[in-house]
Write a protein that binds this ligand. Structure first.
Ligand code: SP5
Ligand code: ZN
Length: 359
């Protein structure tokens, strides 16, 4: 019995952020190449076949992101370098300093700043998501991987896993941040919806709220978006979003669901919340799982306390929906544990699908 395919691109290694600028301070980057390499090692050791990500058309990205964002991301580092910012003031990575805040703009449409050093603030919503020389090719390869996984599922695979890095679930139609550049899971969901018709479900189990897909599909009943995450009301990223009352807008009223959990939440309540999202997804035609594993107990970036057992149980609940399923990697920063956590979740999904097949 062949395992769930792992869709892969070596190009993820081109994205090596040097730091996260937090409160103006350079703090160590956590979204690093070792993450994906550890996942691949664990999955390969367990017998999962590796499939190369196939190049995909830009149109699939433009189906969920504004052209202006895509053009900015593709050219940002070259523009930054051409403007001499590497030498003066001495910053080799694209970092914003001034933001197109809605309170600044009022009713005015933001014109794209002429100054290269100001342009970033039209698209970035935090200072923790630097663009280096290899960021765009890595992010683009991640989207290719997610779309390739969608193709495999559309061709009949019960499930496929895209080992995407950098992650994507914080990116909206027009803005990037949270260590993310392209919303791979949303791109895959849109692809499935285009092929199968709606509704498609996109369920996000990363420790942080999936604000990107929520925003992209907020007024869209064709993609049901659900997220279980640490409560932003308890002080956690993305701070402004992820509250229980965000339920979608007409004609997507009721098509968004947030289940914020208290810091310290462990397996029982977390798995119950994932189960709740799975039931809520109901009769969707296909499922995308935004699989962050940073809800794990040992993860440095979240206060949730989920174990490998919890990830396996969550996988079973999602697999038992019996839907064609695309799994897209999001966060997870405990490099020593990440492979085992992802493997447990994928094995759970497989077990759940077997169960419903009566296999
Ligand atoms: C994909 C994903 O999991 N993105 C998470 C981004 C959240 N990062 C928020 C970091 C908040 C500040 N942490 C301070 C530690 C300094 N490194
Ligand atoms: Zn996360």
């Amino acid at each position: 019995m062949p395992g769930m395919p792992l869709v892969w691109s070596d190009d993820h290694r081109l994205h090596v952020p040097s730091a996260e600028i937090w409160l103006g301070v350079r703090t160590p980057a956590v979204e690093l190449p070792a993450r994906a390499d550890a996942i691949r090692a664990a999955l390969e050791a367990a017998g999962h076949p590796v499939v190369a990500a196939r190049p995909q058309p830009d149109a699939a990205l433009a189906a969920v992101h504004d052209r202006a964002l895509l053009e900015f991301l593709a050219g940002a580092h070259a523009d930054w370098t051409a403007a001499g910012l590497h030498d003066d003031p001495g910053q080799p990575e694209v970092i914003p300093y001034f933001f197109a805040h809605p309170g600044l703009l009022g009713p005015h449409e933001p014109a794209l700043p002429v100054a290269t050093w100001a342009r970033t603030g039209a698209f970035a919503f935090d200072t923790m998501t630097p663009i280096g020389a290899g960021t765009w090719p890595a992010a683009r390869a991640g989207a290719d991987a997610a779309l390739t996984a969608a193709e495999l599922v559309l061709a009949g695979a019960p499930a496929a896993y895209a080992c995407t890095r950098p992650p994507g679930h914080h990116v909206t139609r027009s803005a990037y941040g949270g260590c993310c550049y392209l919303n791979n899971a949303a791109i895959a969901a849109e692809r499935l919806r285009a092929a199968l018709g709606g509704p498609v479900a996109l369920l996000d189990v990363d420790a942080h709220h999936g604000n990107g897909a929520q925003a992209i599909f907020y007024a869209d009943a064709g993609v049901r978006t659900g997220s279980v995450h640490v409560d932003p009301g308890a002080g956690w990223f993305p701070h402004f979003l992820g509250f229980a009352g965000e339920n979608g807008a007409a004609p997507g009223d009721g098509a968004n669901r947030n289940l914020p959990l208290a810091p310290g939440t462990g397996d029982d309540a977390w798995v119950a919340a994932v189960q709740e999202l799975a039931w809520w997804a109901g009769d969707a035609r296909a499922l995308v799982v935004a699989l962050g594993v940073d809800a794990a107990a040992g993860d440095p970036e979240s206060p949730l306390a989920v174990t490998e057992h919890g990830f396996r149980a969550a996988g079973r609940a999602l697999g038992a929906l019996g839907m064609p399923t695309v799994v897209v990697q999001e966060g997870g920063y405990d490099v020593a544990a990440i492979g085992g956590l992802v493997l447990a979740a994928l094995e759970g999904i497989h077990e759940g699908q077997q169960e419903v097949d009566g296999g």
